[in-house]
Design a protein around this ligand. Structure first.
Ligand SMILES: Nc1ncnc2c1ncn2[C@@H]1O[C@H](COP(=O)(O)OP(=O)(O)OP(=O)(O)O)[C@@H](O)[C@H]1O
Ligand SMILES: [Mg+2]
Length: 337
């Protein structure tokens, strides 16, 4: 902790970011240390702490913010590809194998945490490229998949692979966040539009023989306002009939994955409906029965995603009649936060 006077002395004496935070570095521990120092100084100089009359502290606080920003800019990692340069910005999300960061441009970058898992990112590039070719033929399905714009390509031994993606940031939340916001589960009429769209995304991929392999609450992004659904996290994707390259401890897989058998499109059908059970309220008995019917142990007994689209619509029609747009928001967003 600093006193007001110590903080003022340090900030007013500094002539460059280095004076306050040390030389530019990409070392994680030194960066954390700089961040701690910034927070400590900012806390004592904050206008709410010093009061409205302390103009000297206000000026120092603004200068501190400027110097810290400059330091971060100077030390942030730059990722280069054959055609682009991306300066890594604020962390956006932590995934199962990679972290997603904002950049200084419009894109986000997904950087694998461990270079040993680079092959998973390679698999994802291939899947996303196949999906892109597919959605060029079927443009109405384009919004359902993430879009890769660039990637690291092969990297030196020990370096981490990364993917540059169109950002899905403004207004998007994961189904995991939705689940946390509704601990008693969702109303079936809200889950209806999410599941209809998820089924489309899954059925689309299956048309080109692609198995997602990790349909989980973290890998489904929802745009509550626009009723958008994007199936992300394709690094476990394989062609139907292959074995998954890796599995995640966080996912409750169907029997064929636990056995180490090859997966098929039926594997995704099981996972999508396990997710449905995870999200739906307890009293949604008809929809829950529908989900359970898609989760048979024997993969050949599970219905195809493409057929389920019609069957699910029939069930919804029976339960709720003609479809009407039902606004959906997360509770904290509803409060206008
Ligand atoms: N294009 C994107 N824009 C914004 N956020 C994204 C984007 N893609 C993914 N995310 C967020 O980042 C998180 C991690 O991304 P992703 O799921 O692709 O990586 P992963 O979990 O490490 O790997 P994978 O799921 O492919 O095995 C996601 O759960 C999601 O919240
Ligand atoms: Mg993921």
């Amino acid at each position: 902790m600093f006193t007001r006077q110590e903080a003022l002395d340090q900030v007013e004496r500094a002539t460059s970011p280095t004076d306050l935070f040390g030389p530019p570095t990409t070392d994680a521990d030194l960066r954390k240390e700089a961040q701690r120092r910034y927070r400590g100084l900012a806390a004592v100089l904050h206008p709410d702490v010093v009061g409205p009359a302390d103009v000297r502290a206000h000026a120092a606080s603004a200068e501190l913010t400027r110097l810290h920003h400059e330091w971060r800019q100077a030390t942030s990692v730059e990722l280069r590809t054959a055609t682009g340069t991306y300066r890594v910005g604020a962390p956006h999300a932590v995934g199962s194998v990679a972290n997603v960061y904002r950049t200084d441009g419009p894109r986000v970058v997904k950087v694998v945490r461990n270079a040993a898992l680079n092959p998973l990112l390679h698999a994802e590039w291939q899947a996303l490229r196949e999906l892109r070719k597919f959605t060029n033929r079927e443009p109405w399905l384009r919004p359902y998949y993430p879009r890769i714009t660039d990637c690291s390509g092969d990297v030196a031994r020990g370096d981490r692979a990364f993917t540059v993606l169109e950002p899905l940031v403004d207004g998007f939340v994961t189904l995991a966040e939705v689940k946390r916001a509704f601990p008693n589960g969702l109303d079936g009429r809200d889950y209806a539009w999410m599941h209809r769209r998820l089924l489309r995304a899954v059925a689309g991929a299956h048309r080109i023989g692609l198995v997602h392999g990790a349909i989980s609450a973290d890998n489904v992004l929802i745009h509550p306002e626009q009723h958008g659904v994007v199936l992300v996290g394709w690094s476990f994707a394989v062609e139907t009939g292959q074995r998954l390259l890796a599995t995640s401890k966080a996912i409750d897989y169907p029997p064929e994955v636990r056995d180490g058998s090859p997966v098929t499109t039926a594997t995704d059908v099981h996972m999508a409906h396990a997710l449905m059970l995870e999200l739906l309220g307890r009293d949604e008995t008809r929809q829950r029965a529908f989900a359970t019917g898609c989760m048979q142990d024997n993969p050949t007994r599970r219905p195809d995603a493409v057929d389920l689209m019609g069957e699910y619509d029939e069930l919804l029609d029976e339960l709720h009649g003609a479809r009407v747009f039902r606004p959906f928001a997360l509770p904290h967003l509803k409060a206008g936060a």
